[in-house]
Design a protein around this ligand. Sequence first.
Ligand code: ARG
Length: 462
Amino acid sequence: MSDKLWGGRFTKNESQSALEFNASIDFDKRLYRQDIAGSRAHAAMLARCGIISQEDADAIDKGLEGILHDIEDGKIEFTIDNEDIHMNIESILTERIGQPGKRLHTARSRNDQVAVDFRMWTREAVEKTMEDLKRLMHSIYNRAEAGQDVIMPGYTHLQRAQPVTFAFYMMAYFEMFKRDYSRFSDCLTRMNENPLGAGAMSGTGYATDREYLTKKLGFNRTCANAMDAVSDRDYALEFLSSASICAMHLSRFCEELILWSSAEFSFIEIDDAYSTGSSIMPQKKNPDMAELIRGKTGRVYGDMMTLFTIMKGLPLAYNKDMQEDKPPVFDAYDTLSACINIFADMLDTLTVKSDNMEKAASKGFTNATDAADYLVSKGVPFRECHAIIGEIVLYCISHDKSIEELSLDQLQDFAPEFDEDVYQRIDIRSCVKAKKSEGSTSFESVKNMLSDSKTYLDSLNN
Ligand code: ARG
């Protein structure tokens, strides 16, 4: 007979190579807290339902509590002989308390055990990611609040387009992270269902109380179908998808910081504490953190694709392939959390070079749309205005001038409707101020955005 917990129907032990290949303890040991919480709830439920005695349940509970402390004090060595965290803990328990330990696995399978452990782990990961995002949104908000008067160019095709405020730019990212937050919150609501009690896949013949387990482990609902409960990992995929979208937003933001910190833009300076030098070029100050976040985004996408690919084509119910679900989820959580926090640190400490931003906004004809709108206000149809200003821009380029540097006479050569008040109207500050639509870059509108966002952030803290 094999000496495994499941060894009864075997005539000999598995080979050393199979043992090593099969084991997941090296990574699933991260589930120890959830595994112990799940087992304590399960033992209490078994006693309540009269399936095991109260004395056995008490012994199990005390035993598991001791194991929890010993793991946290680094006193326990796990072994691949016991394959995974579930069997490691169960073996240690039985070693310590004897017979009652052998009753713990009544009315339970490792399939619902791993399902509940991993779901609880992922639930916590989502909650912690939401905390990270809250911190990031605060950092962005603070930057925006301080940058309401700073004018910079907004771009399309990375060509200067129209003047905006730095606050407006920052609040665009705020909106993205706000949606990321709500994506995590949505998937949290959906995943908060308890698979424990599903057994191997068809339920159990014991009169168990799944509702009790559900409440005890803090779930909102009990999974409705035992086969689905042990089979799906869509909650982990939702986490990975939301994490990928969030990492993509961070990566775009990083790309901006990388560009803005170059001599070509010179819009910001990243603090020395979040920059590195070159081993050969003494003058270099590189935005490594931002580049790494951009790079690590690929890793998070990879984690998502890993799990999608593992799950694709698996027949119901549990298959061992699913043991491979954990490393990508652990990795994506660790990676994203590190990225969000270092990004927030970097954002909190960087210097905004507002003069350079404003200078850049004044060049590149960012007021051309407003010049066209000026002519519209004088009764010229927009399409004609567009053509007239286009010709003026062409003229300015060849004479190395900006629109406001032309005299009124020169402007009137292009369109008699021009008047003295044009200069005031196409000043970049006026261009910003003149925006009237909801959600625009006008100072007024950004003030409203900030105040709505403040209310939103406060609501997250309650
Ligand atoms: N280590 C396994 C995993 O992570 C636990 C579940 C094993 N179940 C089974 N029927 N072999 O998926």
